[in-house]
Design a protein around this ligand. Structure first.
Ligand SMILES: O=C(O)C(=O)C[C@@H](O)[C@H](O)C(=O)O
Ligand SMILES: [Mg+2]
Ligand SMILES: [Mg+2]
Length: 389
C-alpha cells in the first residue's frame, strides 16, 4: 500500500456559546482505494496568526506521497523535522502532525480490518469517564449561566465537571458554593484549571481560598514551562496536580523536577497518537498517571482519543474530551457517543477510527481558509463569543 493523495478541508464550527473554532479535516488516499481520515483540531487558539492551507497541503504531499502508511514511525520522524516541537502549549505544528498521524492510523487499521485501538495494542476499557468544561468566569452574572449549564448537563448524564478559574475568584467561589448548595454529592468538580494565567504562588493562594469547596485536583497552576514553580506548588498542596504535555523536552523537565502527579496527554498538543503513546509510556515509567486532555475536537479527533485512552494502562483520572457536546454540529455520519458521562470507544467491529465523514455536514460548515474573524484575546482565552469588557 502506498499513499497516493492528500486533501485538507477547513471547517468553521460554532460552539453552543457562539464561539467559532476552525478545524482541518484530513483525508489520505492509498493506491488500494482506501482513505484514512484525521483531524487537525481547533486552530482557533493564540497566537493570533493563521496558516496557509494550500501551502500546507503542498508541504504534506511532498512528505507523504509514495510512502507506505505503515511506516508510521518514519513518517512521524519526517513530520517532526518539518514541524518541530516547541515549548509552547498551542504549537500549531503539533496540530498538523496530529491530523496526519490520526489519518495514518485510520488508514492502516482499515486496511487490516481492525479498529485503531486494536492496532495500537488492544483495549483496556471500552468507555472513558469524562468531565464537562465550565469556562472561566469574568463577571458575577456568569455564575447563574454556568449553574444552568450544570443543571442541563446533569439531566443528560454528565455528573462531573471541570472549572476554569483565576480571573474572578469571587465568581469562582460563588459558582462552587452554588454547586454545593444545589447539587451536593450528585455533582463532582474534577479540577480547577488555572490555564497558566497565574504564577504558582498566586495560584496556591487562590487554591487555598477555594479549598472550602470540593474538587479533586488542580491543573496548570503555574506559568508555562515553570517546572520548579509547579513543583513548589505541588509540595504545598494536597491536591494532585496535572499539566498538559506539549513536548517531550517539557515532559522530561516535568519528570526531572517532579512537577506533577498526572500528565494531561492529548494527541493534539503532543502531535499525534504515536507521540501521545510515547508520552503515556514515559509517564508510566516515571510512576505517574495520565488523563486524556482535549482541545475540544470534533468526532474524528475525539474518536482518536477514545481509541488511545482505551489502550492506556495508566489512564487513572477522569478525562476531558467533550468537543462533540460543545459544538452545534459535527462532520461525521455517526458522531461519537456519550453515556452517563462516559465517552464510548467506537466498537471493535468498526475498522479504523470507526468514523465516516458526512459531506453534507462538511459542506455546511466548510470555509476557504484558517483566517481569523474579528476576535479578541479574552474571547480566545476563555472560548467565548461574549464581547463585554
Ligand atoms: O484543559 C484545557 O486547558 C483546555 O481544555 C483548553 C481549552 O482552551 C480547549 O482547548 C478549548 O478549546 O476549549
Ligand atoms: Mg487544561
Ligand atoms: Mg481548544
Amino acid at each position: 500500500m502506498k499513499i497516493s493523495d492528500l486533501r485538507l478541508t477547513v471547517i468553521a464550527m460554532p460552539r453552543n456559546t457562539g464561539f467559532v473554532c476552525k478545524h482541518v479535516i484530513v483525508e489520505i488516499d492509498a493506491d488500494n482505494g482506501l482513505t484514512g481520515i484525521g483531524e487537525m483540531s481547533d486552530f482557533s487558539h493564540l497566537p493570533h496568526y493563521s496558516l496557509d492551507i494550500q501551502d500546507m497541503a503542498v508541504v504534506l504531499k511532498s512528505i507523504l506521497l509514495g510512502q507506505s502508511p505503515f511506516d508510521i514511525s518514519l513518517l512521524n520522524k519526517e513530520l517532526l523535522s518539518n514541524f518541530p516541537e516547541t515549548m509552547f502549549y498551542y504549537e500549531k505544528g503539533n496540530f498538523i502532525r496530529n491530523g496526519i498521524d490520526a489519518a495514518l492510523h485510520d488508514l492502516c487499521a482499515k486496511s487490516l480490518g481492525i479498529s485503531v485501538a486494536e492496532f495500537i495494542g488492544g483495549r483496556i476499557k471500552e468507555k472513558i469517564k469524562v468531565c464537562y468544561p465550565i469556562f472561566r468566569h469574568r463577571f458575577m452574572e456568569e455564575v447563574e449561566e454556568n449553574l444552568a449549564i450544570v443543571r442541563e448537563r446533569l439531566s443528560k448524564g454528565f455528573d462531573t465537571f471541570r472549572l476554569y478559574v483565576g480571573k474572578n475568584l469571587d465568581a469562582d467561589e460563588a459558582f462552587l458554593a452554588g454547586v454545593k448548595q444545589e447539587f451536593g454529592s450528585k455533582v463532582t468538580i474534577k479540577s480547577l484549571d488555572f490555564s497558566h494565567l497565574l504564577d504558582w504562588k498566586s495560584a496556591l493562594k487562590a487554591t487555598k481560598r477555594l479549598s472550602q469547596y470540593d474538587f479533586q485536583m488542580v491543573e496548570s497552576p503555574a506559568v508555562q514551562n515553570d517546572f520548579e514553580g509547579l513543583h513548589h506548588y505541588r509540595m504545598n498542596t494536597e491536591y494532585p496536580v496535572s499539566e498538559h504535555v506539549w513536548s517531550f523536552r517539557q515532559q522530561s523537565e516535568m519528570i526531572k523536577h517532579d512537577s506533577v502527579d498526572i500528565f494531561n496527554i492529548s494527541p493534539i498538543f503532543i502531535g499525534g497518537i504515536t507521540a501521545a503513546r510515547k508520552a503515556a509510556a514515559a509517564a508510566e515509567v516515571a510512576g505517574k498517571s495520565c488523563l486524556i486532555g482535549t482541545t475540544q475536537e470534533l468526532s474524528v479527533g475525539t474518536a482518536a482519543m477514545a481509541h488511545l485512552g482505551s489502550s492506556l494502562v495508566n489512564l487513572n483520572y477522569t478525562s476531558d474530551p467533550t468537543g462533540p457536546e460543545l459544538y452545534i454540529g459535527d462532520i461525521v455520519k455517526s458522531p461519537v457517543q456519550y453515556e452517563k458521562g462516559y465517552l464510548l470507544v467506537p466498537g471493535r467491529d468498526l475498522p479504523g477510527l470507526g468514523m465516516e465523514l458526512d459531506w453534507d455536514q462538511i459542506n455546511k460548515y466548510r470555509v476557504d481558509d484558517l483566517s481569523w474573524g474579528n476576535v479578541s484575546v479574552h474571547q480566545l482565552q476563555d472560548r467565548t463569543s461574549q464581547t463585554k469588557k
